[in-house]
Design a protein around this ligand. Structure first.
Ligand code: NAP
Ligand code: ZN
Length: 348
């Protein structure tokens, strides 16, 4: 497909603007999707602005994609034209390493192909993401989406949803566990909803007093301002888990101290600069500092089905594609309630 309409950045310093990209013609195993909605993840901003290094321009971000199937290849058995589908953070992997065989394609030992700014498995092309009218994806990396839920609110589940669901399942968060969510943004608000649905007692740790009411509405049981020193002292040794979704540099030591014995702090946020960890905070209390990357395709489908069953979606603010730069600025300022989603009809 030539001249597919899209929106992207030509450099780290430039605003996003309209551009055209090429997509491959659907091969035997491919699904062509007309994109209806695409969520705006903070990773899109880190990448468009080259905050992690390694961005290849022009880049079209977007990895929270929901749309309708418009064409399928000869060998596609799982999908047909008209189906509602989703695409998340990656679109291919080697398929034969231990991680891939274990349904953990995100940890592919030969390098998974991310939805944008990533080398395809053929090592020839660089992927472009969901701020576009269409995308072509191998069927085994396409998710089935229930029409039961509002699709614009489902889109953020493809990244923010699975990224928070996967560690909750992996670390077996259960009823009665005391869990804190650090940072109430896109990932944070999904962590609150999902952890509360699994029975955890959820505390939001936030810099933003204005988010207190929302935290309760999202299902949190407690809200604590991290900017108040007394709060941080009072909360020492309080939590079994901390889910850290903060996108900017912050001091992990301040939060490790809030874990109980054997507590686990799970890093999801990827600040552009490294952080120093004081070993004492891990040794005392035998605490763990761990990380987690999105989730495999099988688990993403499980999460989508879980959300459909439990009526869990993202709280979204809809935008047109020409508002994307403003949405980036507002996300950077923490002013997002709680995910911007682009109505892709505004692209045509
Ligand atoms: P977001 O919507 O911008 O939310 C981040 C939240 O962090 C903000 O709302 C704010 O919450 C808090 N925050 C921001 N700057 C801060 C600062 N300087 N100090 C303290 N708190 C701050 O971002 P997101 O889309 O949820 O993504 C969060 C991070 O996760 C990003 O780094 C993203 O790249 C990463 N990510 C990781 C994965 C993974 O697989 N691990 C997947 C997707 C995204 P308060 O106002 O409540 O303080
Ligand atoms: Zn994301």
């Amino acid at each position: 497909m030539k001249d597919v309409k899209a929106y992207g950045a030509y450099s780290a310093e430039k605003a996003l603007e309209p551009l055209n990209i090429d997509r491959r013609e659907p091969g035997a195993d491919d699904v062509e999707i007309k994109i209806l909605y695409c969520g705006v993840c903070h990773s899109d901003i880190h990448t468009a602005r080259n905050e992690w290094g390694g961005t290849i321009y022009p880049v079209v971000p977007g990895h929270e994609i929901v749309g309708k199937v418009t064409r399928v290849g000869d060998q596609v058995t799982n999908f047909k034209v008209g189906d509602t589908v989703g695409v998340g953070c990656f679109v291919d992997s080697c398929g034969h390493c231990d991680s891939c065989k274990d349904d953990q394609e995100q940890y592919c030992e030969n390098g998974h192909t991310q939805t944008y700014n990533s080398e395809s498995q053929d090592k020839k092309t660089i992927t472009q993401g969901g701020y576009a009218s269409h995308i072509v994806v191998k069927q085994s990396f396409v998710l089935s989406v229930s029409d039961k839920l509002p699709l614009e609110k489902v889109a953020p589940l493809l990244c923010a949803g699975i990224t928070t669901y996967s560690p909750l399942k992996h670390w077996n968060v259960k009823k009665g566990d005391k869990l804190a969510v650090l940072g109430l943004g896109g990932l944070g608000h999904m962590a609150v909803k999902l952890a509360a649905s699994m029975g955890a007692e959820v505390t939001v740790l936030s810099r933003s007093k204005s988010k207190e009411k929302d935290a309760t509405a999202l299902g949190a049981h407690h809200f604590e301002l991290t900017t108040e020193k007394e709060n941080m002292t009072r909360l020492a040794n309080s939590f079994d888990f901390i889910i850290d979704t903060v996108s900017a540099a912050h001091d992990y030591n301040d939060y490790l101290a809030l874990l109980k014995n054997n507590g686990v702090m799970i890093l999801l946020g990827v600040p552009p600069t490294p952080s120093e960890v004081q070993a004492f905070h891990l040794i005392f209390g035998r605490r763990s500092l761990v990380g987690s990357l999105v989730g495999g395709i099988k688990e993403t489908q499980e999460m989508l089905d879980y959300c459909a069953e439990h009526n869990i979606t993202s709280d979204v603010e809809m935008i047109n594609i020409d508002q994307i730069n403003e949405a980036y600025e507002r996300t950077m300022a923490g002013d997002v309630h709680y995910r911007f989603v682009i109505d892709m009809a505004s692209l045509s």
